[in-house]
Write a protein that binds this ligand. Structure first.
Ligand SMILES: N[C@@H](CCC(=O)N[C@@H](CS)C(=O)NCC(=O)O)C(=O)O
Length: 233
């Protein structure tokens, strides 16, 4: 079966967490919105009762699964990207939900007032929000992930899970959005950096990162680089 992933075609965004899991698993999938008429197909599904209120969503046979973390819960079980025991499954899900929290906060640094408004119309608030995110929130979350990795190669158990793939992506996104901040901060989180590097070099992930399937970060996505949000004039 070929999975159908539905997500915005020009950004990594939340869809990237799903793409990474599919790529690591070597699962056949179509990135539907990147194909001809694919965005129209996606919009149709968004209007269908019970499908999903927003991308990403995944079609797996007759199933339509929405919410990034829910999609990963499904793929983790199907493709051995999560432990099978209850405690391990819940722990992986918890870590993924925490990563989703950071992703939302990263988004809010450039859209603190309203998603439907231009960044340019919420710049002063963005600067205040980004300042707190850089100074307080990234370190708080990173302390938590670093502790989870203390004495462990992977976040959960002794094998890679989708939460590890997502932590890799979080580091990638934050490095893109806040390069100076990350440069200063990373030395305090050696286990996170080590995990990032090991994920980056996994054969399927390395091949994916080099491929055209990996979209470059840009200022339409969730992780955006605006120098003024790092304190530049
Ligand atoms: N909690 C949802 C958030 C989904 C979401 O916000 N998707 C964005 C793109 S990353 C979107 O298209 N939102 C449109 C909307 O909320 O109206 C998830 O993790 O999948």
């Amino acid at each position: 079966m070929t999975y159908e992933l539905y997500y915005w075609p020009t950004i990594q965004g939340r869809g990237e967490f799903v793409r990474l899991a599919l790529e690591e698993a070597g699962a056949p999938y179509m990135d539907v919105a990147r194909t001809k008429d694919g965005v129209d197909a996606m919009m149709k599904w968004l209007e269908a009762p019970g499908a999903s209120y927003a991308p990403p969503f995944l079609k797996a046979g007759d199933l339509i699964i929405g919410q990034t973390t829910n999609i990963l819960l499904f793929l983790g079980a199907r493709h051995d990207l999560a432990p099978q025991d209850e405690a391990g499954r819940l722990r992986t899900n918890q870590l993924q939900l925490t990563i989703a929290d950071v992703v939302s906060e990263a988004h809010d640094t450039h859209h603190p007032i309203g998603m439907g408004q231009y960044y340019e119309d919420q710049k002063p608030e963005s600067k205040r929000r980004a300042k707190e995110f850089r100074a307080e929130r990234i370190p708080k979350y990173f302390r938590y992930f670093e502790r989870a990795l203390e004495g462990n190669r992977w976040l959960v158990g002794d094998r890679l899970t989708y939460a590890d793939l997502s932590l890799f992506q979080l580091v990638e996104g934050l490095r893109y959005a806040f390069p100076r901040t990350m440069k200063k901060l990373e030395k305090d989180y050696p286990s996170i950096v080590d995990l990032h590097d090991r994920v980056q070099h996994r054969p399927n992930i390395a091949a994916y990162l080099k491929s055209e399937r990996r979209i470059d970060f840009n200022e339409d996505g969730i992780f955006r680089h605006y120098p003024e949000l790092e304190g530049a004039a």
